[in-house]
Design a protein around this ligand. Structure first.
Ligand code: URP
Ligand code: ZN
Ligand code: ZN
Length: 459
């Protein structure tokens, strides 16, 4: 046995119990009250939960976007994520105009190889649908990329029309893929943005004011109706508001295979952040935008009631200096996105579990087990089970933290959570049985992460 973990309490989405865990060859080989076998290394988990590593299935590492490139690559991004207890990511490979999907995924594989410090997979974002691209979808699924993102927003860039979306859904159903939707009405937003700029309304707050919640609610409703017509399952990404949540809930109550995620920023930050002095509001320019605070309670209820199944980050970091500043004269030039890959578990533990909104088991489901189930990684990931990868976190529920750009590990010059504090963070993080973070020190190696070939949806 290579390693054993003693003295901790195992927590998964379903169970909480004291046990020792034995690891060999990167996998869990034994779970027992007492493991007698000798091990090369013993980790003391006294006072800690021993839980499956987080899976962040919505990240944008090294992504060209809005005339620049997100500043965390697969090395800095996965390393920062590991400090926060995340041990796998599924990143978006974005199809360029005229590019094949095979080429798209190969481009993203090259970005990750030699860099990622833990395992990674890809979704592919289909932005330019042709007959040839449609015919490629089954090959993507066969190659371990069984999820496709479609955008109903970002007109003139990533947006596709309803017909293309419907065709992708039809093919996805045939070949066992899950279609993911960025749900905002891009046609309406385009008019609102042009109108605002024509009136000289250029500050960051107009980013939010030109992307109203009704545009998200409408696109969510339309997306669900189109998926239903295609007979295909649908996953709504980065859901922010009650208008969209009501549509997801309605569909789920009808028994339709509709799923959705939200992100910590939509639970903890609000429209008020766009009103911070000077150009500070640019730090929060993301799409969909931050909403009125009154949405927070609805989103937490959605997480409790399982109308929302996942909390991901949508980590898409751009420096304030030089990158966000591209929009000093116009909010429409601010690259969309914000950092968060490092702090997802800490924030959800502090504001969800510690504040009594969700149970520890629900926490594990939202950050690890549900992403594994929905995105073809279960039971290899998201579980503490014999045969699962030994991607494990020794979580110290009493360890105090305060977030600051001065001390975080993300390669970006600000954090939306500056000064936020709480308790509960990793003491040790393992990826495939290797200790990659211990007591706030990185001990992993760039390039040790493996490409995850995921199974088709529901199979
Ligand atoms: O503002 C955001 N969310 N940037 C990343 C791209 C996307 O839409 O997920
Ligand atoms: Zn999106
Ligand atoms: Zn995103």
């Amino acid at each position: 046995m290579d390693l054993k973990i003693v003295g901790g309490t195992v927590v998964t989405d379903r169970e909480t119990y004291p046990a020792e865990i034995g690891v060999a060859g990167g996998r869990i080989v034994q779970i027992a009250q007492k493991i007698d076998a000798e091990a090369g290394q013993t980790l003391d988990a006294a006072g800690c939960y021993v839980m499956p590593g987080g899976i962040d299935m919505h990240t944008h590492l090294d992504m060209p976007f809005g005339g620049t490139v997100s500043v965390d690559d697969f090395e800095t991004g996965t390393r920062a994520a590991a400090f926060g207890g995340t041990t796998s990511v599924i990143d978006f490979a974005i199809q360029g105009k005229g590019q094949s999907l095979t080429d798209t995924v190969n481009t993203w594989k090259k970005k990750a190889e030699g860099k990622a410090v833990f395992d990674y997979g890809f979704h592919v974002a289909v932005t330019d649908l042709t007959e040839a691209v449609l015919a490629e979808l089954p090959a993507m699924v066969a190659a371990g990329v069984p999820s496709f993102k479609c955008f109903l927003a970002y007109k003139g860039a990533l947006m596709i029309d309803d017909g293309a979306f419907f065709r992708i859904l039809g093919k996805a159903k045939e070949c066992g893929a899950l279609v993911m939707l960025h749900a905002e009405n891009g046609e309406i937003l385009d008019v609102l943005i042009k109108n605002a700029l024509a009136k000289g309304q250029t500050e960051p707050k107009y980013h939010a004011l030109t992307r109203p919640p009704e545009a998200e609610g409408e696109a969510t409703s339309r997306g669900i109706a189109i998926a239903h017509m295609a007979g295909a399952p649908l996953y709504i990404v980065h859901l922010t508001c009650r208008e969209a949540l009501a549509e997801v809930k309605r569909a789920r109550d009808l028994g339709w295979p509709v799923y959705a995620e939200t992100c910590p920023q939509y639970l903890l930050k609000s429209f008020d952040n766009y009103l911070e002095p000077g150009f500070e509001g640019a730090k929060y320019v993301m799409s969909p935008p931050l909403r009125d605070k009154s949405n927070w309670a609805d989103l937490w209820t959605g997480l409790v009631m399982d109308d929302l199944q996942v909390v991901s980050t949508d980590h898409c970091p751009f420096n304030f200096k030089g990158q966000k500043e591209m929009g000093l004269k116009s909010f429409a030039q601010i690259p969309n996105g914000a950092p968060g890959i490092e702090h997802r578990l800490m924030l959800l533990y502090q504001f969800g579990v510690r504040q009594g909104r969700i149970s520890m088991n629900r926490f594990m489901d939202l950050v690890s087990a549900a992403p594994a189930r929905l995105f073809g990684l279960s039971p290899r990931k998201g579980a503490v089970a014999v045969g699962s990868d030994a991607d494990l976190v020794l979580w110290d529920p009493e360890a105090a933290w305060e977030i600051s750009a001065q001390t975080h590990h993300q390669n970006v010059d600000y954090t939306p959570y500056e000064g936020v504090s709480g308790k509960g963070k990793p003491r040790v993080v393992l990826s495939a049985g290797r200790v990659i973070v211990q007591e706030d020190r990185f001990t992993g190696q760039p390039g040790t992460g493996r490409f995850l070939e995921r199974r088709p949806f529901g199979r």
